[in-house]
Design a protein around this ligand. Structure first.
Ligand SMILES: NC(=O)C1=CN([C@@H]2O[C@H](COP(=O)(O)OP(=O)(O)OC[C@H]3O[C@@H](n4cnc5c(N)ncnc54)[C@H](OP(=O)(O)O)[C@@H]3O)[C@@H](O)[C@H]2O)C=CC1
Ligand SMILES: CC(=O)C(=O)O
Ligand SMILES: [Mg+2]
Length: 543
């Protein structure tokens, strides 16, 4: 049964009543012609009557609170209309304005001031034994929008709505969590409506002590929970994934989820690009614009593309080049952040190379991937240079939200004469070009994490291994239907997300079984079809 957190005020302090969903109202208390299907249509019309994205977001948040079944039913029926509202790009605006549009509590807030007593805060969560998946952010790098502090909560809520809609996780099994470790963003510290602690971020040492306590207490309170880390700043994203991944079932969406979704789209794009150029799949060369947690996470995952083509690991590494805010990343440039060292080039030692067009002419990449947060960085000249060296250039501007995208689909189509193989982080509309319709891909981790989480909890895994993430990626790449391939799509239609998540979950469980990290013995030996039946049967659906 869905539970409702109802806020009320006593002596100026907001308190929460935990209530079950109300029973069906008695005769006479609702209009006579109210029925479920016309009411869903009424809600959809109300949503569509709103003109701004943030109004739509507020409307849908209220609908989800009031009537989760209608919300999720409409979401599933209108996935491509709903995802840009409950997720990127609009969720970015909801985060920026969270302290101003806040209506009612949703999720769990654990602050640095709770250090030493985190156990008590966690145990205030109403349905401890139901909890299966938590998305945890510290608000320090929300999408490409920077340090938003406690205003990062909507990203955890949005991701979990996609878990529920896209993978059939029961709503009461999800916990959005925002860790409040302070913020270094002055405008929030000065905003009288800001809902978080009014202090600078905790030191590294204090944060690590806090995180160790938090992770331990979570594992005690919620023994069946998988944690998804979301939108931690670069260093902390790598640090805490490494620190906990062998002890608890954790997954970093920005490093691993993004890696998996881009590997999948790259696989499909590389086949089309190689078919057009006549060059073999193992000859691809990839240039990353942006060397943060997402860029490096994707590069680590893309290594498996080359390794699957038969290249040795060292040769696979050499197919990747990075550009960061200082230009081409190479050893002789001087001190490099730890996460950049593995891919730093040792075959260039000249002066810093900072102009992207010059770098493209030097590297001659078949693929240009943007994870930089720099809006419009892929200028017409950049795109034309890619088109001049590739029959079908792969161009993926993956930064979110849409206004930070490195280029638009329209520009990519126009400057490559329609030949581009394109995927962006946030959605772009399709384009008419020379009498045909061209479809942009959405290379967003939303295709991956619902299925990974579903597989992780049904398989009761001890940890989320690299092989499980790779299996999710290849499962997604294989899920294109013949009709989708005929249209040149790189990713399946988002309307099929439940089917896709089911297949990803199966691939994840089988990989966990091969690696010996599964704890659900009843699933062993079921075979593909048997496993799919179990997964399907476990998926929640709105009534
Ligand atoms: N599509 C998807 O599914 C996902 C998309 N993303 C998006 O990716 C973007 C980056 O995220 P993340 O990696 O976590 O962020 P980070 O802050 O960790 O990384 C940003 C990177 O961009 C580089 N950069 C900044 N300015 C420039 C510039 N002028 N020229 C070249 N490079 C520059 C930075 O350089 P330096 O290292 O020198 O500071 C850094 O390497 C965000 O917009 C995020 O929304 C993230 C996850 C998933
Ligand atoms: C999509 C996502 O996780 C991000 O932009 O951070
Ligand atoms: Mg993210």
């Amino acid at each position: 049964m869905t539970i409702i957190l109802t806020p009320y005020w006593t002596n100026g302090v907001q308190k929460i009543k935990v209530m079950p969903q109300p029973p069906k109202p008695k005769h006479g208390l609702v209009p006579p012609a109210l029925d479920a299907s016309t009411h869903a249509l009424r809600c959809l019309n109300q949503l569509r009557s709103k003109t701004s994205g943030i109004e739509k977001y507020i409307y849908l948040s209220a609908l989800k609170d009031r009537d989760p079944d209608v919300f999720y039913k409409l979401c599933l029926q209108n996935m491509s209309e709903f995802t840009p509202i409950i997720y990127t790009p609009t969720v970015g605006d909801a985060c920026l304005q969270y302290s101003h549009i806040y209506r009612r509590p949703e999720g769990l807030f654990v602050s640095i001031k709770d250090k030493g007593n985190i156990h008590e805060v966690i145990n205030n969560w109403p349905k401890i034994d139901e909890a299966r998946i938590s998305v945890v952010t510290d608000g320090s790098r929300i999408l490409g929008l920077g340090d938003l502090g406690i205003n990062g909560m909507p990203i955890a809520i949005g991701k979990l709505s996609l878990y529920i809609a896209g993978a059939g996780i029961r709503p009461e099994s999800t916990i959005p969590i925002c860790l409040d470790l302070g913020t270094n963003t002055e405008r929030y510290l000065e905003d009288p409506l800001y809902l978080g602690l009014r202090q600078k971020r905790a030191s590294d040492q204090e944060m690590t002590e806090f995180m160790d306590e938090f992770m331990y207490e979570m594992s005690v309170a919620f023994p069946k929970l998988m944690i998804q880390f979301e939108d931690f700043s670069t260093d902390n994203a790598f640090k805490y994934l490494e620190r906990y991944r062998n002890t608890y079932p954790v997954f970093n969406d920005d490093i691993q989820g993004t890696g998996a979704v881009v590997l999948s789209g790259f696989f499909n794009a590389a086949k089309l690009s190689s078919a057009a150029s006549g060059n073999p799949l193992d000859s691809h060369r990839i240039l990353f614009f942006g060397a943060g947690s997402a860029g490096v996470g994707v590069a680590q995952q893309l290594m498996s593309f080359f390794i699957l083509q038969g290249l040795p690991k060292e040769e696979a590494r050499r197919r990747v080049w990075f550009v960061d805010s200082q230009g081409l990343v190479y050893n002789a440039r001087g001190r490099l952040a730890e996460h950049k060292k593995y891919f730093a080039r040792d075959d260039y030692s000249g002066p810093p190379m900072t102009n992207l067009v010059d770098i493209i002419k030097y590297v001659k990449p078949t693929a240009l991937l943007g994870l930089s947060t720099i809006s419009g960085a892929f200028t017409s000249e950049v795109i034309q240079t890619m088109a001049s060296i590739n029959a079908r250039p792969i161009i993926f501007p993956l930064s979110n939200p849409v206004r930070l995208s490195e280029c638009s689909f329209n520009d990519a189509v126009e400057h490559t004469n329609g030949h581009v193989l394109f995927a962006s982080g946030s959605p772009f509309p399709e384009q008419e070009f020379q009498g045909s319709t061209l479809y942009p891909g959405q290379g967003n981790n939303m295709y991956i994490f619902p299925g990974v989480g579903l597989g992780a909890i049904i398989g009761r895994v001890k940890s989320v291994t690299d092989a499980m993430v790779e299996a999710a990626s290849l499962g997604l790449a294989d899920s294109l239907t013949d009709e989708e391939r005929a249209l040149g799509l790189l990713y399946p239609r988002i309307e099929r997300i439940r089917d896709i998540s089911m297949h990803i979950a199966r691939a994840v469980i089988e990989a966990a079984q091969r690696e010996g990290v599964d704890r659900n013995e009843s699933l062993r030996g079921l075979g593909d079809a048997g496993l799919l039946d179990v997964i399907k049967e476990k998926m929640w659906s709105p009534m």
